[in-house]
Design a protein around this ligand. Structure first.
Ligand code: PGA
Length: 223
């Protein structure tokens, strides 16, 4: 069975109480349907919840990883308001870099994203680097790329699995250092297998479908 990555992205949602109940319910779903070995599950939570989610995951030995959704392009130091990679690494193993919502709303350029990636890797975080097409440049340190066409994000209109597979194939061909391409954009428990069954796609990045534990763990099961 090929390796699959399921990277949940809570975006700017959830507070302490929601996170606690999500984690509690998650334990029940996992007990019922254990996550099979070829699947790496990561939940990318807001910075404010990293410590809490990580402490529950460690304490209860939950079989998934904790990720952040962004990281500073700068190291530790006088960068007011930034969360640097070394700080993220205290609580997380993975980090999403280059989400289209950050490129668009926060003016993140390729140059900045390359700096973020360097900071992440230098501090032991695994970057999940998001692109909107196969023409977006990918930093040399990256081995996991997520292809997320903007029109498919949060719209309920995913890309066709065939097109996503073609784009994934091109990304792999253009970037010898990339081992896995994931697809993101309106992925649900119902449509996930249509993506993960294709030859060049090694996982998915659900946003909306990661918010409720029943939907998320059904998606993990069906992937
Ligand atoms: P969506 O978001 O699943 O809600 O479309 C995916 C993403 O933005 O990563």
């Amino acid at each position: 069975m090929k390796p699959l990555f399921i990277i949940g992205n809570w975006k700017s949602n959830k507070f302490t109480a929601d996170a606690n109940s999500w984690l509690q319910e998650a334990q029940q779903f996992i007990a019922k349907d254990p996550i099979v070995e070829n699947k790496t599950v990561v939940v990318c939570v807001p910075f404010t919840l990293l410590s809490l989610v990580n402490s529950v995951v460690q304490k209860e030995k939950l079989p998934f990883f904790v990720g952040a959704q962004d990281v500073s392009p700068f190291p530790t130091g006088a960068f007011t308001g930034e969360i640097c990679a070394k700080q993220v690494k205290e609580f997380a193993t993975h980090v999403i870099i280059g989400h289209s919502e950050r490129r668009k709303n926060f003016g993140e350029t390729n140059e900045m994203l390359f700096q973020k990636t360097k900071q992440a890797v230098d501090n032991g975080l695994t970057p999940v680097y998001l692109v909107q097409s196969d023409s977006d440049p990918v930093p040399a340190e990256v081995s996991i790329v997520g292809y997320e066409p903007v029109g498919a994000i949060g719209t309920g209109h995913p890309d066709s699995p065939e097109n996503a597979n073609e784009v994934a194939k091109k990304i792999l061909a253009k970037n010898a250092h990339v081992h896995y391409v994931l697809y993101g954009g309106s992925v649900t428990a119902e449509n996930v297998a249509s993506f993960t069954s294709l030859s060049h796609i090694n996982g998915v990045i659900p946003g909306g479908a990661s918010l409720s534990p029943d939907g998320f763990f059904a998606l993990v099961k069906n992937a």
